[in-house]
Design a protein around this ligand. Structure first.
Ligand code: S3P
Length: 182
């Protein structure tokens, strides 16, 4: 029997984008404003292994991390009414991009390189992918990654507004989509 498409009001909401742009902060705020559960995929993996992501990367390697990341995202995408924030590398996997686009409203949180690089000291210790890289390498990775985030339903620029304003703007656009496509 053909599976019926989930009504837009029940679809999960997903946040993607580069490391440290604010996916977890925005995801949390949007979930609260919509009275939904919020799930941060990195937090789920860290809780499962009972250690931080940096240690998990060292222990099992990036390949096994990506595999687990994909499994958890896939499982969640089969549910409804969730707000999910995925790690910045999750969209490297075609299967993740495909299931995200079909089961979620995907928001790409975009920050300019100029604003992002000022945040690096706040995030580098907890991001294994950035460690041991020069600023030039990181800038290259930043621009390369833009390609994988090009699959989304809505792009949100994070540069100029406060997180609360951005979350309100996202909630408004979700409600508009609910009304338009109900
Ligand atoms: C990664 C991003 C991280 C985390 C891991 C790998 C990446 O998540 O999943 O360190 O490859 O971009 P955040 O985007 O939440 O920092």
């Amino acid at each position: 029997m053909e599976k019926r498409e989930t009504p837009i009001r029940e679809k999960n909401i997903m946040f993607t984008g580069f490391m440290g742009v604010g996916k977890t902060t925005i995801g949390n705020l949007v979930a609260k404003k919509l009275y939904r559960d919020f799930i941060d995929i990195d937090a789920v993996i860290a809780a499962e292994y009972e250690k931080p992501i940096t240690e998990i990367f060292q222990e099992i390697g990036e390949k096994a991390f990506r595999q687990r990341e994909k499994e958890i995202i896939t499982e969640l995408c089969h549910k409804k009414l969730k707000v999910i924030s995925v790690g910045g590398g999750a969209f490297l996997q075609q299967e993740v991009r495909d299931i995200a686009m079909s089961s979620c409203m995907v928001f790409y949180l975009d920050l300019s390189w100029g604003s992002w690089k000022d945040r690096i000291n706040l995030i580098i210790d907890s991001r294994p992918v950035l460690q041991g890289k020069s600023m030039e390498d990181i800038e290259k990775l930043f621009y390369e990654r833009q390609k994988i985030y090009s699959q989304h339903h809505s792009k949100v620029t994070m540069d100029k507004q406060e997180v609360e304003e951005i979350a309100d703007h996202i909630v408004d656009s979700i409600k508009l989509a609910w009304e338009l496509y109900d």
